[in-house]
Design a protein around this ligand. Structure first.
Ligand SMILES: [Fe+2]
Ligand SMILES: [Fe+2]
Length: 192
C-alpha cells in the first residue's frame, strides 16, 4: 500500500492531532535512521503506522487482541491502552498489507519496549517520544540523549517514562522493566 493511501486511511480513523503526530514520528524516525545507519524508508513506514490502533477504545483493543491471539497479561488487562502497540502491529499486517516483520515489530514494541530491540525498533520507539510536536517537560533531555546514539536515546526515554508512570501511581509493563535492565547496563558499559 502506498504512503498516500495509508495516510488517507489513517485520516479516517484518527483525529487530526494524531495524524500530525504520526507524520512527525515518521519524519523523525527517517531522520534518526539515517543518523544511526538503518533504512529510513522502513523507519518512516513504521513511524507513520505506529499509532494506527491508538484511537480504539479499551473494549475494542481487548476484543481485537483476542481476535489476533495477542497475549493479554495482568498489566494489559488493567491498562488495555498498552495493547495499541501489538494490536496496531496486527492491523499493519492485516489491514495495511505490511509484510516487513521488523516494521511490524517496531509498531508492536513502541508502547513498552523490549529487552531485545533491533536498531529500527529503537528508532521508532525514540522517534515517538521526541518528535517535534512533543512539548512535555524533559523532552529536550531526551532529544539530546538521542543525538548521542540509539542506546543512549532509548535508555533516556525508558527512564523518563518509567518515572512518569511511577509518579502517576501507574503500573509498569514487565517488558519495559526488562528493556530498562538490559539497556541501563549496556549504556553504563557493564556486563549482563
Ligand atoms: Fe502509541
Ligand atoms: Fe505515538
Amino acid at each position: 500500500m502506498d504512503r498516500e493511501k495509508i495516510i488517507n486511511i489513517l485520516r479516517s480513523t484518527m483525529p487530526e492531532k494524531r495524524l500530525n503526530h504520526s507524520l512527525q514520528v515518521s519524519e523523525t524516525a527517517a531522520h534518526l535512521a539515517m543518523n544511526y545507519g538503518c533504512d529510513p524508508g522502513r523507519a518512516a513506514l513504521a513511524g507513520l503506522l505506529h499509532d494506527c490502533a491508538r484511537d480504539r477504545s479499551d473494549e475494542e483493543l481487548l476484543s481485537l487482541a483476542g481476535e489476533y491471539g495477542i497475549n493479554i497479561s495482568f498489566v494489559e488487562s488493567r491498562c488495555p491502552l498498552i495493547l495499541h502497540g501489538p494490536v496496531g502491529a496486527a492491523l499493519c499486517r492485516d489491514r495495511f498489507g505490511v509484510d516487513d516483520k521488523e516494521v511490524i515489530r517496531a509498531v508492536a514494541l513502541h508502547t513498552t519496549g523490549s529487552p531485545e530491540m533491533s536498531l529500527l525498533e529503537k528508532v521508532v520507539y525514540i522517534a515517538d517520544k521526541i518528535e517535534p510536536g512533543r512539548r512535555y517537560d524533559g523532552v529536550a533531555v531526551l532529544r539530546e540523549a538521542a543525538r548521542r546514539g540509539p542506546d543512549e536515546g532509548l535508555v533516556a526515554c525508558l527512564a523518563h517514562f518509567m518515572y512518569y508512570l511511577i509518579n502517576k501511581g501507574e503500573i509498569i509493563h514487565p517488558d519495559m522493566v526488562s528493556a530498562w535492565n538490559i539497556m541501563a547496563l549496556k549504556v553504563a558499559g557493564r556486563n549482563f
